[in-house]
Design a protein around this ligand. Structure first.
Ligand code: NAD
Ligand code: MG
Length: 391
């Protein structure tokens, strides 16, 4: 039986993954090693019991007793805290999903990358803050990195059987988020509630707000550069409000191959789960008569500075991405806490890059988790000071 682990199993990506695993026979089909969550202990325990996991881990050390109680009478081992998370990721598997949100997913992702098999990556942040390190770890241990982000899954699917030298450009589609047509002046007063409401996709709160600022697309540009070793100048953003085309690849002969599907993450997750096969998935089938039309617009880096900052980070290289990602996470926390406004998020990230980016960019050799975390922490510290003086 295939041994699998799901990191972040209680989240939006995690629950969709558990849904597919369950539909494909659950504990009858898979040897489930580790499932992990943070605050939703009840759901974590329920998933671990149903799939007969070896271990269930909550990232929150203070919730150990709750998890132990919730698992009482089952064979599932309870564990808690960041070290336990990494220890769970060190247990060998054939397939692991990196579905924790934020830089917190980096350490468990790196541990999972050290035992071969497939690492299905939803946690784009780990490629943004430590792309070179994660890729080198995968290469050294014979681990195959598969994208779970819908855009990158689309590109991966479009590239099957193609020669890398025939690739001319990658076109990453973006819905444009809830404020696609808004002026910057109107965006100034956006509340967290408004920013959470994504027009097409149902996702975790953080990525939904990242979609509203277009920081999600900014992360995805870097994710594409890292995953496909693509020069940044050959990666474009196309705003496509319907989110039906998940992304496209343009080839040297002018042909473009696009991947289309409903806005349901189980498409990309299921592709990675069943890779290299395709299995029937419980997603809606596209009805082109009902769709009627697909629209496209150019990106607007004036109203959405996140895209401009992402290109700056790619030009800088080194560990500039660690500064960028941590500042973005800290800015999002400050926005959610009503300490800064919607437009301040990009201002804070730009200020952090100005202050720390060129220093971080010099780190191009011997990259380790520790020096990634040095820049991650410095950037969060900068964000605290910026928030205190600009709030
Ligand atoms: P979510 O907030 O719904 O779930 C996050 C998961 O991580 C939960 O299981 C939570 O318990 C866990 N978690 C949170 N903080 C943690 C910490 N400090 N340590 C350990 N675990 C922690 O998020 P999501 O929307 O499922 O996104 C997960 C990842 O997938 C993100 O990197 C996101 O960018 C990416 N992604 C999500 C979608 C989507 O449709 N939701 C699409 C593409 C990519
Ligand atoms: Mg995406």
């Amino acid at each position: 039986m295939r041994r699998i682990s799901v990191f972040g199993s209680t989240g939006s990506i995690g629950q969709n993954t558990i849904d597919l695993i369950t539909r494909q026979g659950g504990a009858q089909t898979y040897d489930v090693v580790a499932l992990t969550g943070a605050s939703n202990i009840e759901l974590l325990a329920q998933q671990a019991r149903a799939l007969r996991a070896d271990v269930a881990v909550t990232a929150d050390s203070a919730r150990y007793a709750d998890l132990k109680d919730a698992l009482a009478g089952s064979d599932v081992e309870p564990a808690a805290g960041p070290e336990a998370l990494v220890a769970a990721a060190e247990r060998p598997t054939d397939w692991a999903l990196s579905g924790i949100v934020g830089a917190a997913g980096l350490a468990p992702g790196l541990a999972a990358a050290r035992h071969g098999g497939i690492l299905a990556l939803a946690n784009k942040e780990s490629l943004v803050c430590a792309g070179a390190l994660l890729k080198a770890t995968c290469t050294r241990h014979g681990t195959q990195l598969l994208p779970v982000d819908s855009e990158h899954s689309a590109i991966f699917q479009a590239l099957r059987g193609e020669e890398p030298r025939a690739i001319e450009r990658m076109l990453i589609t973006a819905s444009g988020g809830p404020f696609r047509t808004w002026s910057q002046a109107r965006m100034a007063d956006v509340t967290p509630e408004q920013a959470k409401a994504h027009p097409n996709w149902s996702m975790g709160v953080r990525i939904s707000i990242d979609s509203a600022t277009m920081f999600n697309k900014a992360l995805e540009l870097i994710e594409a550069k890292e995953l496909f070793n693509m020069p940044p100048e050959q990666i474009e953003v196309v705003v496509h409000p319907q989110s039906i085309i998940h992304s496209m690849v343009g080839f040297t002969d002018g042909a473009i191959i696009a991947q289309l599907g409903p806005s349901d993450m189980r498409g990309a997750i299921g592709f990675a789960l069943n890779y290299p096969d395709r299995q029937p998935l419980p997603v809606e089938r596209l009805d082109f008569a009902a769709l009627a039309r697909l629209d496209f617009e150019p990106e607007d880096p004036e109203r959405f500075p996140a895209l401009r900052l992402s290109r700056q980070v790619m030009r800088m290289g080194g560990l500039a991405g660690a500064v960028f990602n941590a500042a973005k996470e800290a800015a999002l926390d400050a926005f959610l806490a009503d300490r800064i406004g919607f437009l301040d998020m990009a201002r804070l990230v730009e200020a952090a890059l100005d202050a720390l980016g060129s220093d971080a960019a010099k780190v191009t050799q011997d990259i380790t988790l520790d020096n990634v975390l040095v820049y991650d922490q410095a950037s969060r510290q900068f964000a605290r000071q910026w928030t205190a003086t600009n709030a």
